[in-house]
Design a protein around this ligand. Structure first.
Ligand SMILES: [Zn+2]
Length: 369
């Protein structure tokens, strides 16, 4: 078994002003503890510095509290621990400078100290910012699909996590989650984006080890049949043959059901041929009018067939998925011309549905992300 440790930056929604003040206050306290501990490190006997749980550190934490630092003891210990590690690595490299003062806005939490929770569709991190019970804040995550995949696993406890950090970048806050993936040797996950359409019933793109594999389910035959059925239905309707209309509609539904069973089976088979697959589907907004039901049926079939195989399925907001270049991130409606995607920024040219599926797999619909 190999364990690999990976830090995932999960953007948080902007906190309310009072919460923001409270977080910024905690950042200041954390910095103070770090700097103070860094200053004291050289006064310790060298042998001592190796012990993270040295009682000296506990004494410091008690002392800092008396000096008015209001952070949970666990969080103060993390600040001391950060200072200890920088000092120990400096000794290891035989560099004997002082540790430079911390300039970061950061708070570090032991994994028993914070919780990832979810209510309905939203994920939150629950953090203690002061000593004593009740002094916790609950911050919502921005719901991009890449984050959701990890948050879902963490809240289901199928993915282990370690000490993690709340950090501020400019005016943005993010929670940097450290996950331990204890999978044999190759610990990678493979996202598979699935785009639905008419020209192609579905296009699946799998991104594994920086290589992209694509599979298309062409819709030519289904489209042809659909037109035929619609023509017949319309003609029976004109002639007032309502019973015929009803039975023709039922035949069409059955036909599409068979197609959807087959396509969904093949999509899930495609997904399960990769290591650690998870499927990203668009949550259909673009087919409001016609064909609504056939796509939602296909989606439901994929969901339960994937579930049988233990493959997670994540709904993605498809906004921009067909206008964004998966190579350079440039978003423009004019990137699309007919069945082709032709990036106006970098010149990349590819089948439009393939581009959309890759964007879904990347979980990124924004400009230049
Ligand atoms: Zn481009």
């Amino acid at each position: 078994m190999m364990t690999s440790i990976k830090t995932i930056k999960l953007p948080l929604a902007a906190p309310k002003p009072d919460v923001r003040r409270e977080i910024d206050r905690a950042f200041r306290d954390f910095r103070w503890v770090y700097d103070e501990a860094a200053k004291r490190m050289p006064s310790l006997k060298r042998k001592r510095i190796g012990f993270a749980k040295d009682y000296v550190y506990y004494e410091w934490v008690k002392e800092f509290r008396r000096k008015g630092i209001d952070l949970p003891a666990q969080v103060m210990q993390q600040a001391v621990e950060k200072a200890r590690i920088s000092y120990a690595s400096m000794l290891g490299n035989k560099v004997f400078n002082r540790i430079s003062r911390s300039r970061n806005d950061v708070l570090r939490f032991h994994n028993q100290c914070f919780h990832i929770v979810h209510f309905g569709n939203m994920y939150f991190v629950d953090l203690p910012l002061r000593a004593g019970r009740g002094h916790r804040v609950i911050l919502p995550f921005k719901g991009d699909s890449y984050s959701r995949f990890f948050l879902e696993q963490v809240s289901k406890k199928t993915l282990a996590y370690g000490a993690s950090e709340l950090k501020k970048y400019g005016e943005e806050y993010s929670f940097n989650l450290t996950v331990k993936t204890g999978v044999e040797c190759n610990e990678k996950f493979t996202p598979i984006g699935v785009d639905f359409g008419l020209t192609n019933i579905a296009v699946a793109a799998a991104i594994s080890e920086d290589k992209t594999k694509v599979k298309l389910w062409r819709g030519k035959e289904a489209q042809h049949k659909r037109r035929m059925f619609l023509r017949k239905i319309a003609s029976y309707q004109r002639r007032g043959k309502l019973r015929k209309v009803k039975s023709m509609k039922a035949t069409y539904r059955n036909y599409m059901k068979t197609v959807n069973h087959q396509v969904s089976r093949e999509i899930v088979d495609f997904a399960s041929s990769f290591y650690g697959p998870y499927i990203m589907l668009e949550n259909l907004h673009k087919f409001r009018k016609q064909n609504d039901w056939t796509f939602s049926e296909l989606r439901i079939f994929i969901e339960y067939k994937a579930l049988e195989q233990g493959i997670p399925v994540i709904a993605v907001n498809p906004r921009n998925s067909s206008n964004r270049c998966n190579r350079c991130g440039y978003v423009d409606r004019m990137n699309r011309s007919g069945i082709y995607f032709n990036c106006l920024a970098c010149g990349y040219r590819v089948n439009a549905d393939v581009n959309a599926a890759i964007n879904l797999a990347q979980g990124r619909m924004d400009n230049y992300s």
